[in-house]
Ligand binder design. Structure first.
Ligand SMILES: Cc1cc2nc3c(=O)[nH]c(=O)nc-3n(C[C@H](O)[C@H](O)[C@H](O)COP(=O)(O)OP(=O)(O)OC[C@H]3O[C@@H](n4cnc5c(N)ncnc54)[C@H](O)[C@@H]3O)c2cc1C
Length: 514
């Protein structure tokens, strides 16, 4: 029997669920079809090491969502369904081989004190950048939350021009094109302050010398000080649970173990989908795909997939791969820089040149000898994730090869590589190994197994380099969340404004369909 809905959403990532929730609240009849056994895509919380320890398998930092349009629209209902945010006034720090650290705190004067202790020569520049973000933030956030190109974005830029003048606007354009090395060289003197900012570029695929990295690094570094960091009480999946409940309470449906095999197209218009089980579901108004754009041709009928406008999306490139290591711990890592125990994120680059080398190795298919590490300590602010007095550690290993040049397979080498990562952390936190109760490693291949959108372990759902960012995301002709097929819309990390648990692209699609 054929089912019929106003809108079908393929995939229950943060953007698919956000679009569905916003449309359901408006009275649209929606269904979300998810191939996995659980909703959420790259937002998932599990007791993957030992019972009692709740690990965010992938995303942990919900700052983008907290400041985004879905929270603004649905915040009250999300709270009603059990979602709450745990703030941190000490969002991140970097630790260095000599045992020193720089911590960025939500209290600007505390950050300045921390910086002055290690790199006094950079205090003035830091204060100037803080003032600059204060001036620029409304316009940067305005553009990030607008479709591109759009009248709303032009209006925001016009307002920026009136407030900041032509030179101010050009300065923002320069930031959007600049690499982190160039930006940090212009602003800072200490290699430690430069690394503090450059590490943020590595969260995306902005190695220090890649054009465009400065914007994200600047926003996250100085923004961390302005806005702090937030995580989900009990785990990031509480956000997913709440979104699903909003959809269901408003007459919608979220179906797991429901892989979409084909999008049906009739007279060049998307009319519905066919599931792997053979079941057909019809869409009266639209099909919204939360699938990585690179995978879209596989879902379209062959005659449509062969059209040049569709084939163009095959050029959408992945970012480099990621590995996750989850630890259940007796105690927090015994950082040599002991204050690091009080921060949600600890970064180990350690320096700009190390990060550049790591990226070059990974891009060439070689295992980086000294990988860049983002180490999450969620239990610092949310002890509910572990038994009393115990902790979880979330270790993201950034910039790994998508394919290994020597032909080895991730499934064979991931545990040994995780040992190398542990040895690196041990250099900064001697004795960590004695605190480990259990460990779970998710290799790049595991990431893709959990979520087909993470092609070869690319945690970003597509590289964010400028050639496929802004109005060019994912590829020319597929912008503004529209595909070349009528009534087939796109949301998710592979669309503007890119990866992260923000929900913005889902919100933009919901707006189009309202
Ligand atoms: C390890 C890791 C750590 C991260 N850390 C952070 C962080 O701390 N903070 C942050 O902001 N961001 C983080 N990110 C990025 C962020 O999690 C993602 O960019 C974001 O969650 C992607 O959302 P999405 O809407 O694109 O959907 P996805 O999460 O990609 O979900 C898409 C869903 O679609 C489903 N699907 C695909 N094909 C089909 C099909 N044919 N039929 C049915 N279903 C299908 C998939 O199974 C999946 O569930 C991290 C990502 C990773 C991988």
């Amino acid at each position: 029997m054929e089912n019929s809905f106003d809108v079908i959403v393929i995939g229950s990532g943060i953007n698919g669920l956000s679009a569905a929730a916003l449309l359901a609240v408006e009275g649209k009849k929606v269904i979300v079809l998810e191939s996995n056994d659980a909703p959420g895509g790259a937002v998932r919380t599990e007791q993957i090491t030992v019972p009692g320890f709740h690990h965010d398998l992938f995303a942990m930092n919900l700052g983008l969502f907290a400041g985004g349009p879905v929270m603004a629209a649905l915040g009250e209902q999300l709270t009603k369904y059990g979602f709450s945010l745990v703030p941190s006034s000490k969002p991140f720090c970097s630790v260095y081989p000599d045992g020193s650290m720089i911590g960025v705190e939500a209290d600007a004067s505390a950050t300045i004190k921390n910086l002055a202790a290690v790199a006094p020569e950079d205090v003035e520049a830091w204060e100037e950048l803080t003032a600059k973000l204060g001036l620029w933030a409304p316009f940067l956030i305005g553009v990030l939350n607008s479709d591109l190109p759009s009248v709303a974005a032009v209006k925001t830029l016009w307002k920026a021009h009136r407030a900041l003048g032509t030179v101010g606007l050009y300065e923002i354009a320069k930031l959007a094109l600049q690499s982190t090395r160039s930006f940090t060289n212009e602003n800072f003197q200490s290699p430690k302050t430069k690394a503090l900012m450059a590490t943020w570029g590595m969260h995306l695929d902005f190695a220090p010398d890649v054009s465009g990295g400065a914007l994200f690094s600047f926003l996250e570094t100085i923004g961390g000080q302005l806005f702090g960091m937030v995580i989900g009480q009990g785990g990031a999946a509480s956000l997913i649970d709440a979104l699903v409940q909003i959809i269901e309470a408003n007459g919608g449906e979220v179906r797991c173990n429901a892989r979409v095999d084909e999008i049906t197209v009739d007279s060049k218009r998307a009319t519905g989908v066919v599931l792997a089980t053979g079941e057909s579901v019809a869409a009266k108004k639209a099909v919204v795909s939360n699938v990585n754009p690179r995978l879209m041709p596989e879902l379209l009928p062959t005659h449509v997939a062969q059209e040049s406008s569709i084939k163009r999306v095959e050029k959408f490139q992945s970012g480099l791969a990621t590995m996750m290591i989850h630890l259940a711990l007796e105690e927090l890592p015994p950082w040599t820089a002991s204050e690091a125990r009080t921060y949600n994120y600890v970064h180990i680059g350690p320096y700009v040149d190390d990060m550049a080398q790591t990226y070059t190795d990974a891009a060439a298919g070689r295992l980086p000898a000294s990988p860049t590490l983002v180490i999450g300590q969620p239990t610092v602010t949310d002890p509910s994730r572990a038994p009393e007095g115990k902790h979880t550690l979330w270790v993201q290993v950034r910039m790994l090869p998508l394919d290994l040049a020597d032909g080895s397979r991730w499934e064979d080498i991931s545990e040994a590589y995780a040992d190398l990562v542990m040895a690196k952390i041990e250099e900064y936190a001697p004795g960590l190994k004695d605190a480990v109760i259990a460990r779970a490693v998710l290799s790049p291949t595991d990431l893709e197994r959990y979520n087909a959108n993470l092609i070869k372990g690319d945690s970003l759902g597509g590289s964010h380099h400028p050639s496929q960012f802004f109005f060019l995301r994912p590829v020319p002709g597929w912008g503004r969340h529209r595909s070349p097929v009528k009534d087939l819309y796109l949301c998710g990390a592979g669309t503007w404004p890119g990866g992260g648990v923000g929900g913005s692209s889902g919100s933009m699609v919901a707006k189009i369909l309202s």
